[in-house]
Ligand binder design. Structure first.
Ligand SMILES: [Cu+2]
Length: 119
């Protein structure tokens, strides 16, 4: 048991610097898992580093799996760490899933998803 544990710790130390080069979300609007009383007009995700506009996407789907956001989303022209997309006016109450996929400047791909609920 001792050797695999040591190997795992060494691997974690080696892997850590590379992980910092990837882009991961720092914050979002709505927040991850949030329940909001007013339907948001946009979804925004702030990353911990700049992302590539051409290859980064942000999709919002409703509980039925239908995309409700506009296009593939876009990287903000003035802030290349901000990925955003517009939502239709008066989004009905329900649970929504946000899917993001980005390429960082080091060429590494990361993706994930989170939910928010409109009351
Ligand atoms: Cu990376």
């Amino acid at each position: 048991m001792r050797i695999p544990l040591l190997a795992a710790l060494l691997l974690a130390l080696v892997a850590a610097p590379a992980a910092f080069a990837h882009a991961f979300p720092d914050n979002s609007s709505p927040h991850v898992g949030a329940t909001v009383a007013t339907a948001p007009k946009q979804v925004k995700i702030w990353f911990d580093g700049e992302i590539e506009p051409v290859f980064s996407t942000l999709l919002v789907k409703n509980a039925a799996g239908k995309q409700v956001s506009a296009g593939k989303g876009e990287v903000d022209k003035h802030d290349h760490a901000l990925l955003e997309t517009a939502l239709p006016a008066n989004l009905p109450p329900g649970k929504y899933a946000v899917y993001w996929s980005v390429i960082a400047h080091d060429g590494h791909h990361t993706e994930g998803h989170f939910a928010f609920t409109v009351k």
